[in-house]
Design a protein around this ligand. Structure first.
Ligand code: LLP
Length: 387
């Protein structure tokens, strides 16, 4: 993770930029691999969290699968080295073009979210004389206790099939000859830090499977992603508790030796390895309410503006006296604020600040709003930190 030793090397790059700590990414992946192998579980990386090629190459090289939500993500996953037979494709609004592309690439499984989608996949697979492997995404109505915008497993959310729709799917499935129903898929939300929620998901998955598919011989179950990271203390907890997360499922999910348990994690894999590094342009305001205006904006990292997300910010170039600042960007919206009234060592024009834990849903959600430059990227192994 970023620290004061790396400053000289970093100062040569134009700001703002995402800094990716490749060693931390590798350590995180090693830990996840160790824990998932130990439980015999399969992990797909949720590409939506960060689609940076270098990061995808690193993840693919360790043999993880990919979880995609668009045809372009499927395409990118294959280009970056993910095995199509380890790619799953979810989403409520897959277009014919996206389904056709994925069928032609022979991906592992479609996570199907509506009865109409089942019919369309069947029809497109039939035209190709192939059988498409499909899992039904069930809506378990489990409360994730996270931000409303990133809760997905409640009846009021658009995701997955309701019980009524599952019954309809079961009724028509025998006629859909080009579909092989291999299992079930669940995903209840993101940034979940209370493992009890995953216990509840396991128990609900057991119950739904027994009630809705009592005679099933499914070979696949996917419990989604959602494991949260420590935004408050990233330096203390750089690697999430994969062991605790996976063992919650091991202990609570009814499973059979024939059935493979899969996950699709995004944030917990890439969140802590990325920081947004930005330079202070101006300091303004009265001494009682100082604004540190930085050269990164909500277009570079939208999480604080969109979800009220709080990211830890450090001043890389000052050890001065502590004062309070609002850290804000240059974009013409009041929402363009990274933090309000936070304590930082004395900040002045030209200082470098790092907004930590920005590896997930950072670069990938950036835009050119206000016609700003595309956010730069620097990898830890391309800078020389030796003194
Ligand atoms: N699987 C499905 C079906 C998903 O919808 C998601 C995330 C994941 C897996 C990966 O979840 P993760 O392990 O990353 O929590 N932009 C928001 C987060 C949106 C999450 C969308 N779905 C944020 O910045 O917090």
């Amino acid at each position: 993770m970023l620290n004061h030793n790396k400053i000289e090397a970093l100062e040569q790059f134009p700001t703002p930029f995402y800094f990716y700590d490749i060693n931390l990414l590798r350590d995180t992946l090693d830990e996840l691999k160790k824990q998932s192998d130990r439980f015999g579980f399969t992990v797909h990386y949720a590409i939506k969290a960060n689609a940076n090629h270098r990061i995808l190459n690193e993840i693919a090289s360790l043999g993880f699968g990919a979880d995609c939500v668009s045809g372009n993500e499927v395409k990118l996953a294959i280009e970056c080295g993910f095995n199509p037979q380890k790619i799953v494709f979810a989403g409520v609004g897959k277009t014919n073009t996206e389904i056709e592309f994925s069928l032609d690439k022979n991906i592992f499984c479609f996570h199907c979210e509506s009865v109409q989608e089942l019919e369309v996949i069947n029809q497109l697979a039939k035209q190709r004389l192939i059988i498409a492997k499909v899992a039904l995404r069930l809506n378990p109505d489990v409360k994730a206790n996270t931000h409303a915008h990133i809760t997905t497993g409640l009846t009021e959310n658009k995701f997955g099939l309701s019980i009524e729709e599952v019954l309809e799917a079961k009724r028509i499935l025998p006629d859909l000859e080009n579909i092989a129903l291999i299992g079930l898929h669940f995903h209840i939300g993101s940034q979940i830090t209370n493992l009890e929620v995953f216990k509840e998901l396991s128990l609900k998955a057991n119950q739904m499977e027994t009630e809705l598919f009592p005679d099933s011989k499914f070979t696949y179950i996917n419990l989604g992603g959602g494991l949260g990271i420590d935004y408050a203390n990233p330096q203390r907890n750089p690697i999430p508790d994969f062991k605790g997360y996976l063992s919650t499922f091991k202990d609570n999910l009814n499973n059979t030796p024939e059935r493979n348990v899969h996950f699709e994690l995004g944030r917990s894999i890439v969140g802590q390895c990325g920081s947004l590094v930005t330079k202070v342009t101006f300091i303004k305001g009265p001494s009682t309410h100082q604004f540190a205006i930085v050269d990164a904006g909500m277009n570079d990292l939208i999480r604080p503006a969109l979800y009220d997300a709080s990211h830890r910010i450090i001043n890389l170039t000052s050890n001065g006296e502590i004062s309070k600042y609002d850290v804000v960007g240059p974009v013409c919206e009041s929402a363009d604020c990274f933090a309000k009234s936070i304590e930082l060592p004395h900040v002045q024009r030209g200082d470098l600040l790092a907004i930590l834990s920005s590896g997930a849903y950072g670069e990938v959600m950036s835009s050119r709003y206000n016609m700003r430059e595309i956010t730069g990227v620097v990898y830890s192994d391309e800078i020389n930190t030796e003194k």
